[in-house]
Design a protein around this ligand. Sequence first.
Ligand code: NAD
Ligand code: LMR
Length: 332
Amino acid sequence: MAKNPVRVLVTGAAGQIGYALVPMIARGAMLGPDQPVILHMLDIEPAAEALNGVKMELIDAAFPLLKGVVATTDVAEACKDVNIAVMVGGFPRKEGMERKDVMSKNVSIYKAQASALEKHAAPDCKVLVVANPANTNALILKEFAPSIPEKNITCLTRLDHNRALGQISERLDAQVSDVKNVIIWGNHSSTQYPDVNHATVTTSSGENSVREIIADDNWLNSEFITTVQQRGAAIIKARKLSSALSAASSACDHIRNWVHGTPKGTWVSMGVYSDGSYGIQEGLIYSFPVTCEKGEWSIVQGLKIDEFSRAKMDTTAKELAEEKSLAYSCLN
Ligand code: NAD
Ligand code: LMR
């Protein structure tokens, strides 16, 4: 029997990530090849015409799984009964703007959209925040949508996780699908800590530790980490635009694993509300290693943390605590 369509909201859908993301969703990359979807696309008034153009292209592409498209600048209409919300819309930093100016604009948007989701989305709606500052936008959304369970509000660090897998596979000349269990700890920013201490690569001799097989702690403890931390900036330098196809693809990975589960023995990284695991203060949206089952994520427990990792995990937590205070000062 055909499944009922799932309603998926994409905010900022006329932007560059939106343009890459909506066809992926309509093709089943997010929810599976047998899951019909209805796309809800939100953007702001100045982008209304472009948004309508995206809707026209979705119709023209004749995606068999796409059962309907709502394209609107009305946030209440956009959020109505959505089961999944991918929050990409936001205000990018422009020349001459301070970090605080961007933070101020974005946290106000996320405060307003929190209320709309709370009022209009399906009660079990799963939320993924992509727009920067992603962790702090997600935190504001959580704080201003108290009736949405906190476990349903997450932010995207899967792109960083995938970037780490990509760097390891390039270094080893291995298939990316043979590398697993890297971890992104903390903020989706240059303080994030990409950790390979528990990562493995499958070769003809079985599953090996990435650290042992690379056998170059210098590279793993410095260049590898900075390459992943700075990858977003490197893409901007090369494209003159920030990452879009990789961000869209990683957003699909994030939701697909959350809804359909992670393969046995594999974890992924998600920005989630900290419960105090690994000594990370509660009240932050922090990226942890998680496994997913039956639509729920759980933080992987009991991993050994050495001194090097501890310091890096604490640095990125400190940055998130500072962002949180800045966000609140912008809202006051
Ligand atoms: P973009 O500027 O191309 O698109 C953003 C869209 O959001 C625009 O169409 C804009 O009109 C719209 N928008 C602005 N305010 C809105 C509002 N209140 N409601 C709905 N829509 C609104 O930007 P992009 O390249 O698509 O990137 C989007 C965001 O994702 C940025 O914040 C970017 O920094 C972030 N990003 C995050 C990651 C990640 O891994 N977490 C990766 C790449 C980019
Ligand atoms: C990315 O990681 O590509 C984005 O967050 C863009 C950025 O500013 O780094």
